[in-house]
Design a protein around this ligand. Structure first.
Ligand code: GAF
Length: 378
């Protein structure tokens, strides 16, 4: 297999100035609370997106993708603003826009983060480009600033109303650790996540059910949390307790109450999970994963039949815990399982999917991996 430098040379006839990489992620726990100033506990997966970039002397931007047979998108950097039509390359162009790039570039993208599986292939793409550009032009943005700029690209340029979790972990993760992120101030803490030495593994189940944050369900959940905050006179769900929510319930619609109950209870589960990990209590971690899934399914209603089937089948096959991850409405679930039960869990999930006539799921596993980095520079 040729290197990304060779692929760049093939596409553009010259060598790149810089090569960067950024990973996808799974979120162990803390779902749909990044936009409510909550805590989350994701880790970077081993699959990542690579980008090779070269400066040009004019204002042309050319972007090729190995996965799309080197189809090259060509635009003038002066035209790169929200509203410009395009396809996948908008994720890269949005980052150039949010970082204020004004000169021409050639870029080639190559990656193996599964697309549409809820494993943040878009954040991996954005963060690889942001990392390369930051170093190529010596812009000196901190990781926190890069997280905000890549989120801005996705919100304002691509038009997806995502929070900032995926970009943050793709940029800031450290190998061997899950990343506790506090969205009040974007502060972080590395939490050792060593499943292997407990003979456990985290199975990632891509349900292959459609997942798109642009479909409206995601924005609707965000809006519910915002309206609860306004009605109860707080800045975000972070300031609420379950007691307070119960005592002020009559001010909220039933749906708002349930959405807020998920957000408030999920924040507690994240902190409980950090505590359980510190004690090496994976049985407790499993219980918290199960509770998180039930809350996302019943209170936040962002699950779907395929995700529920994957979770139920994992638990029936002996998983310590299982839950949907990411935005929901499709995408992936995770199951915390004993390594010796991997084959039987996979078999049980496949069987349940066949019985329900669902598309066959795909399985992955990953240890916590390294966040974005520069791989080469000339
Ligand atoms: C998606 C979003 F992009 C994240 O910001 C986060 O809200 C997640 O859904 C749900 O936890 O991945």
């Amino acid at each position: 297999m040729s290197t990304i430098e060779e692929k760049f040379l093939e596409a553009f006839g010259e060598e790149p100035d810089i090569v960067a990489a950024a990973p996808g992620r799974v979120n162990l726990i803390g779902e749909h609370i990044d936009y409510s100033e909550g805590f989350v506990l994701p880790f970077a997966i081993k699959d990542r997106t690579l980008v090779a970039v070269r400066k040009r002397d004019d204002s042309t931007v050319r972007i090729a993708s190995v996965q799309r047979r080197n189809k090259i998108a060509v635009v003038d950097i002066k035209d790169v603003k929200p509203g410009l039509k395009g396809e996948w390359e908008r994720y890269a162009l949005g980052v150039l826009w949010s970082m204020g790039v004004t000169s021409g570039l050639d870029l080639i993208i190559d990656g193996n983060v599964p697309l549409g599986a809820g494993l943040s292939s878009s954040a991996a793409l954005e963060c690889s480009v942001a990392t390369a550009i930051n170093h190529l032009f010596d812009l000196g943005f901190s990781l926190e600033e890069l997280a905000r700029l890549t989120q801005k690209a996705e919100n304002q340029y691509v038009g997806v109303p995502c929070g900032i979790m995926d970009q943050s972990v793709s940029l800031m993760a450290t190998q061997g650790f899950a990343l506790l992120l506090d969205f009040r101030d974007l502060s972080t803490r590395n939490i050792p996540f060593d499943v292997a030495s407990h003979n456990l593994e985290l199975l990632i189940i891509d349900t292959q059910a459609h997942h798109a944050l642009t479909d409206g369900g995601y924005a609707e959940r965000r809006a519910s949390c915002e309206s609860v905050a306004v009605k109860l006179g707080v800045k975000s769900m972070r300031e609420l307790t379950l007691n307070q929510l119960d005592s002020e319930r009559e001010q909220l619609s039933d749906t708002e109450y349930l959405r807020a109950r998920h957000a408030v209870s999920e924040m507690t589960r994240v902190l409980d999970c950090v505590e359980a990990l510190a004690l090496g209590d994976f049985v407790r971690v499993g219980q918290l994963l199960n509770q998180s899934h039930a809350s996302l399914r019943d209170d936040y209603t962002v699950s779907c039949p395929e995700l529920n089937t994957a979770v139920d089948a994992s638990i029936a096959a002996g998983a310590l815990g299982s839950r949907m991850v990411g935005g929901g409405f499709g995408g992936s679930a995770i199951a915390l399982i004993e390594v010796s039960k991997t084959a039987q869990t996979i078999h049980a999930i496949e069987k349940a999917f066949t019985e329900k006539d669902f598309k066959a799921p795909r399985f992955f596993t990953s240890l916590p991996s390294q966040g974005a980095e520069i791989l080469a520079r000339r």
